[in-house]
Design a protein around this ligand. Structure first.
Ligand code: ZN
Length: 116
């Protein structure tokens, strides 16, 4: 195959020679506030947001439910012979719980927070 020689080494640019970085900061307009209305990443607690369904400014109402991992862990414990409530232990571990966010105004499901 046609193998060419090594490419000629380019002289270092100014930014490389001084060890700095080229100015690449994004242009931000002063005074412009970004209003986050939807798609707030749900957290472990009630999240203040604007409901994308009813457009009301709400704090999400949360409820916790056992995650899939809790059911799997409970099933494994049950298979290991831990009957009589031991298989329910994972359902009581907060890290195994999903936090389900819903709108208190229109009851819409807004997201699920998985602590894992
Ligand atoms: Zn709503």
């Amino acid at each position: 195959m046609n193998k060419s020689g090594p490419p000629p080494s380019a002289p270092p640019s100014y930014a490389e020679s001084v060890g700095g970085v080229p100015p690449s900061s994004p242009f931000v307009q002063p005074g412009q506030t970004i209003i986050v209305t939807t798609l707030v990443p749900p957290g472990p607690g009630p999240t203040h947001m604007v409901c994308p369904h009813c457009h009301a400014e709400i704090d999400t109402s949360i409820r916790s439910e056992p995650s899939l991992l809790a059911w799997i862990s409970g099933g494994i414990l049950a298979l290991m012979g831990c009957w009589f409530g031991c298989c329910l232990i994972p359902c009581c571990i907060p890290s195994c719980m999903n936090i389900v966010h819903s709108c208190p105004n229109c009851k819409a499901h807004l997201g699920t927070f998985n602590s894992l």
